[in-house]
Design a protein. Sequence first.
Length: 124
Amino acid sequence: MNVEFKSDRKRLSDDELVEALVCLANTEGGELWLGVEDDGTPTGLHEAHQNLAGLPGLVAARTSPSLAVVVSDLAFSGIRVARIMVPKSSTEVATTSGVYLRRRLKPDGTAWAQCMCGWRMKHW
């Protein structure tokens, strides 16, 4: 399973969040932990992300085809984080602004987002 950690200390933008979820959907699916640092340390949700109820709707509205995610509100030692479960998509998913990305691993094991641009999508 693919797991991605995203810090939310400085408020992860909606665009960055949706792009990260698209990356996961276009590979094997997985989990995105919002409010968790790259080393796995929970640092919490930004105040703008305290109401998680609207997050699935935001993701569905900003992806094409609409991506259905499941959001869990969890706490570790009193620090709130969100676990966002992303299904593997049977077709390519993009943001509604036309960004197609998929998650790749570098030789050192760190993740990066690869653009699935025009000609690459035809041969993917």
